[in-house]
Write a protein that binds this ligand. Structure first.
Ligand code: G6P
Length: 615
């Protein structure tokens, strides 16, 4: 939610801020703004509602330039998207500008105190209290700007990543973090801040991941980091290993399409990292914790939100089947409020692409308080989740910019497969031979996905028949039930066609009432032979009897459903446990082309944000 970028150095900050904001637009896109300290001593503020391109046009019409600036792209929480509510926000004197990601929870109390002292607020945002607080502290005299920032933040409660500039200090950019991500890009004679590494990929190759409760003072010559109480911190400078191309569209029409096509490579990378030549699984950094927990744990608890939750539902099935441990899943937003009861020795697994989802983090903190060890499956190095976990399995999918998750999801599925195999081996539920068979089949998955991608034109043609429908139903059983949910989610997220995922066996308990000749029913019917396949065919018959329009995902060579389904999407056949990795790619393409035909803005679906850092 919300992207922040900032620059101090000898160059004109404006193009650098815009470049960074373009790469952060996936975090929010209902308005954008910049504050730039100009050479004439003025602090130029420009904001526009809507996409970043509106701000760019405004900057073309009214050029501003200067070596110090901050920028912001917003996903509204407090106050509707409007120019007044857009960031940067100013103090009363117009000398202090602030951009913020997060929520200042006690802003109403702070605002009331400041109003009583004569401060006049212009916006409905929580953020505006920060520049006013700093102004108030500086008014008292005797404090440096850095001290005033620290003091202001000591009275703020909630989550924030902040970028702060002062009109009267042209060579200093201040940044602070508590609960929302923020990095410092360390350059040569210039420094940056950003919500995420891709924003400054072309510009620096060293970064500092700020910790909660730290404030950074960036000057062209260097960066100093201190804690809120004023004691100096010793920041660790890390090399950036990502390539700039990772955050580019690489010739694809959208990031989402690029990311769908990256899946074979992403999964291959993950396999190369964790499957040894002899076919055994090595979970690297997570190994020690899993070895300690494998026999000890009485239960596994999987915590996540959104698409990651569907990966968790899949993970549960695998862990129960291959590792023979009772396993439950919960949504972060439910777990934290349900007064959970956990067996004493519960191993928690948190799943998150971003590692910043507020509800997932809160549920992890609660699980830890209850004594759980936490392993995270996460895509973003340096994220809050990784810091708060006991061990991690990085999905290594690279930056995912399209708001609807694709490659991060399949990487989560693959990570669960690896983890379940390893746990199974450690617990003696799988023998060496079975481990090798399974990793050999895992190694075939990237090629199977290539074959699904090769069918893109056919899938597009099928989607063209249904894109005008108002609703769609997705059905799957057992391992493909979470994939029915994910397929429906993908569709509604990007195309705005109402879509529901259902366990096929539950269809007769409700959604069957929806079925008529206007309803496409997407059914996951692979593999051809397993114990739930016949049940699935019975469900298809029930749909057919009510004139529903069946789109069946079937195994290549399976002709048995052609008479029953209006359309079939053949995909390579693998074992049932791994079929979700293949099937979901067909559903991603189906949703994609549906959305495209409906004219949607696929990478930036309305109202959504990539990383949900509020509850
Ligand atoms: C948002 C995104 C989803 C994502 C969910 C959880 O809603 O739009 O694509 O699945 O957050 O995000 P996480 O980063 O925790 O996986």
């Amino acid at each position: 939610m919300c992207g922040i970028v900032g620059y101090v150095g000898p160059k004109n900050a404006v193009p650098l801020l815009i470049e960074g904001l373009k790469r952060l637009e996936y975090r929010g896109y209902d308005s954008a703004g910049v504050a730039v300290r100009q050479a004439d001593g003025a602090l130029a503020i420009l904001k526009r509602v809507g996409r970043l391109s509106n701000l760019e046009e405004a900057l073309d019409a009214t050029p501003v330039a200067g070596g110090l600036g901050i920028g912001h792209t917003r996903w509204a929480t407090h106050g509707e998207p409007s120019e007044i509510n857009s960031h940067p926000h100013l103090d009363g004197s117009g000398r202090i500008a602030v951009v913020h990601n997060g929520i200042i929870e006690n802003y109403l109390a702070l605002r009331a105190e400041l109003e009583a002292k004569g401060h006049v607020f212009r916006s409905q945002t929580d953020t505006e209290v920060i520049p006013h607080l700093i102004e108030e502290i500086l008014k008292g005299g005797g404090k440096s700007r850095l001290e005033a920032i620290r003091e202001a933040l000591r009275s703020a409660r909630g989550a924030y990543a902040l970028g702060i500039v002062f009109r009267d200090e042209p060579d200093a950019l201040y940044a602070a973090r508590c609960g929302s991500p923020l990095i410092v890009g360390v350059g040569d004679g210039e420094q940056f801040i950003a919500s995420d590494v891709p924003a400054i990929l072309n510009r620096v190759n060293k970064v500092i991941y700020l910790n909660d409760g730290e404030v950074a003072e960036l000057r062209p010559a260097g960066v100093a980091v201190s804690k809120l109480d004023g004691t100096p911190a010793a920041p660790e400078i890390k090399a950036v290993t990502l390539k700039a191309e990772a955050a580019e569209r690489a010739g694809f029409e959208t990031f989402m399409l690029k990311e769908i096509h990256e899946q074979p490579r992403v999964l291959r990378t993950l396999l190369d990292a964790h499957v040894r030549k002899d076919g055994s699984v090595d979970l690297g950094e997570a190994s020690a914790l899993l070895e300690a927990q494998a026999q000890n744990a009485q239960r596994v608890l999987i915590l996540s939100c959104g698409t990651a939750h569907y990966a968790g539902m899949y993970g549960r099935l695998l862990i129960e089947r291959w590792a023979d441990i009772p396993c439950e899943t919960d949504l972060g937003s439910e777990f934290r409020y349900r007064q959970p009861r956990l067996p004493e020795r519960t191993l928690a697994i948190a799943v998150s692409q971003s590692g910043e989802t507020a509800d997932t983090l809160a549920s992890v903190r609660l699980a830890r308080e209850m004594g759980c060890k936490v392993v995270s499956i996460c895509n973003v190095p340096g994220s809050t989740l990784l810091r708060e976990s006991d061990a991690a399995l990085l999905t290594q999918a690279g930056p995912e910019i399209g708001v609807a998750s694709t490659k991060a999801f399949t990487a989560q599925l693959m990570a669960f497969a690896l983890l379940a195999i390893r746990l199974g081996r450690l617990r003696g539920a799988l023998d060496e031979k079975r481990e090798r068979e399974l990793t050999a089949e895992l190694a075939r998955i990237p090629d199977y996905i290539h074959r699904v991608l090769d069918r893109q034109d056919d899938i597009r043609a099928i989607s063209q028949k249904y894109y005008e429908c108002f609703n769609a139903l997705y059905l799957g059983r057992r391992f493909n039930y979470p994939i029915a949910l994910e397929g429906a989610l993908k569709n509604k997220e990007i195309s705005y066609q109402h879509a529901e995922g259902y366990a096929a066996g539950e269809m007769k308990h409700g959604p069957i009432a929806l079925i008529n000749e206007l309803l496409p029913v997407v059914c996951l019917c692979t593999p051809t032979a397993d114990e739930v396949r016949d049940k699935m065919v019975s469900n298809l018959k029930e749909v057919e009897a009510r004139k529903g329009r069946i789109v069946a995902v079937v195994a290549e060579g399976d002709e048995s459903l052609r008479g029953l389904a209006q359309d079939v999407i053949p995909v390579p056949e693998t074992i049932e446990e791994l079929s979700p990795l293949v099937n979901v790619v067909a559903l991603q393409l189906f949703a994609y082309h549906n959305a495209k035909a409906r004219g949607a803005d696929i990478d930036k679906p309305r109202n959504l944000a990539k990383s949900v850092t509020v509850e």
